[in-house]
Design a binder for this molecule. Sequence first.
Ligand code: GAR
Length: 208
Amino acid sequence: MINLAILISGRGSNMKSILSSITSGEIKNVNPRVVISNNRDAAGLSIASKEYDIPTSLILPNGKKGWDYDKHLDSVLNLHGVLPSDGLICLAGYMKIISSEFVNKYKFRIMNIHPALLPSFKGLHAQKQALDYGVKITGCTVHFVDEGVDSGPIILQEPVKIYSKDTENEISKRILELEHKLYPKAIKLFAENKLKIVGRKVIVTNDE
Ligand code: GAR
């Protein structure tokens, strides 16, 4: 059984899609243990506790960065049974940089979703970056987290077309719809032991 923690900073719609895929039985062998936020206004916190009955934890940074903050995160995870040996940590709109100490402790057990086709448009406002650049296709990426920003081994990607009349809002909406399918799919593959990491590549063993 994999013990799952979801880290959020805001709305939590990806968190919700993950939790509902677990509740529906589409993802098996994953036990959601805790939802953690660094932001007290994260709407996802009350969705997790009220709609899914998952324990939540608010860890305010109070100026703490790097491992100084992440060691608290680590102890809350451990308290909820999420350990480096059997845990999975999903960043879902978590807007805080993770320290290299934390990444190394949970090596290849931290996933993130990013609203662009990495390695293009890393960092904040990826949808706006894509629109401003004038690309015709963008999308979303689920990847393992390494020590860089949005640079870890790519698990799954899905493309989204950009039309000339598109606004940032419209693109974001279309990308988000795909994110809600892609993230549960990646977690399911992880839980079924179908992801093999070779160098910086993730081999999906039942890839069509
Ligand atoms: C999602 O679009 C996610 O890809 C993005 O934040 C949004 C969170 O939405 N993440 C990043 O930009 C990380 N660099 P949600 O809170 O509704 O899941």
